[in-house]
Design a protein around this ligand. Structure first.
Ligand SMILES: Nc1ncnc2c1ncn2[C@@H]1O[C@H](COP(=O)(O)OP(=O)(O)OP(=O)(O)O)[C@@H](O)[C@H]1O
Ligand SMILES: N[C@@H](CCO)C(=O)O
Length: 316
């Protein structure tokens, strides 16, 4: 149960009133989620999600919340953070940074078909374009610098063959990041964690992207790679699914065609996307933070994906 900090009905009601969101009818802790405390809060005006941030600091949060607001204002389906009468969207509750957003309709589709992948591709491209004029900047905090810092920390937990793989891949990614093709990649705010469980569908229609708390400024291609590595694979084996990948990419490129450097570097960034989550899962698995890790994800999954992307490069 992802309620690390208990919030009483009265405490939630007081915040919702400040935000002019009406009278609280029901407050329910949300199970699942491993980072934050989340509640569904139903008022006489609608359904909301109250989040208390357990890990992220008040310095990092404005980027994520203002990005969501920016996108929502441009018609991209994402949760819209509610402002108080001073216009602030980052609040405090129980001594923790907090936000209230609208509840997206529907549920996640955990066994997506080509049509779901196409919807993700279209909305991802629209989101990238809509964020071009977002005026705040924060790097992807789970990017190359973090991989370079974290690989040495997890190394002791790996077998010889895993160690060889992760070090070789890290060297390859440092090399890629220093290349002129990489410098030519179009960049902007990206979600960077747009897995199946961070997208809602309602009645077959995509109703929203959520969980923007790993977002940052990075290559748009990295976002595409993260999506392909989750939406367009067989979860059991990590094998690439060409039909779903074609759907996602065709839909994406119908909105924003890929640059030459993006086509060239897709195989390398698919590897980068796999490496990123292999490292974070190893880190979560072997160095669990107090209380926060309920069910660490399987690191072996992204090791398999990485090995496959190296063996059989996927091109656009
Ligand atoms: N705006 C929203 N609308 C509808 N449901 C939401 C919304 N935000 C969160 N949820 C629900 O709450 C659950 C947990 O949220 P979330 O995935 O953001 O948790 P977390 O702990 O922040 O992150 P993580 O996914 O990294 O574990 C989601 O799976 C989803 O069901
Ligand atoms: N999407 C991440 C979880 C943290 O957002 C993973 O599957 O490892």
């Amino acid at each position: 149960m992802a309620v690390f900090t208990e919030v009483s009905f009265e405490e939630a009601q007081a915040l919702l009133r400040q935000l002019n969101l009406g009278e609280l009818r029901e407050l329910r802790g949300i199970e699942g989620g491993i980072e934050n405390t989340n509640y569904f809060a139903t008022t006489d005006q609608g359904e909301h999600v109250l989040t208390l941030f357990e890990r992220l600091s008040a310095e990092q949060l404005p980027f994520y919340l203002h990005l969501m607001k920016h996108l929502a204002q441009r018609g991209i389906p994402v949760p819209d953070p509610a402002a108080d009468r001073d216009g602030d969207i980052l609040h405090r509750l129980k001594g923790k940074p907090a936000a209230v957003v609208n509840r997206l309709r529907g549920r996640s589709v955990l066994a997506p078909g080509p049509e779901h992948c196409a919807a993700v591709g279209t909305t991802l491209a629209r989101m990238h374009l809509a964020a071009r004029d977002f005026n705040r900047s924060q790097p992807n905090l789970r990017g190359l610098a973090w991989w370079n810092e974290t690989v040495p920390v997890v190394l002791v937990h790996l077998s010889d063959s895993q160690r060889t793989l992760i070090l070789a891949e890290l060297a390859f990614q440092n090399h890629v990041a220093a290349s002129s093709a990489y410098a030519a990649l179009p960049r902007g705010p990206v979600h960077a964690d747009l897995f199946r469980d961070n997208v809602m569908f309602d009645d077959g229609q995509l109703s929203g992207f959520f969980d923007f708390y790993f977002a940052g400024v990075d290559a748009w291609l990295f976002d595409i790679a993260v999506c392909l590595n989750d939406w367009c694979i067989e979860l059991e084996t990590g094998a690439h699914d060409a039909v779903r990948a074609h759907s996602l990419l065709a839909a994406y490129t119908a909105v924003r065609p890929l640059a030459a450097a993006e086509r060239q570097l897709l195989p390398a960034l698919l590897r980068a996307g796999a490496l990123r989550f292999w490292i974070s899962r190893l880190w979560d698995f072997h160095l669990p933070r107090e209380a926060a890790m309920l069910q660490p994800h399987d690191p072996g999954h992204f090791e398999r994906v990485l090995r496959q992307r190296i063996r059989q490069p996927v091109t656009a």
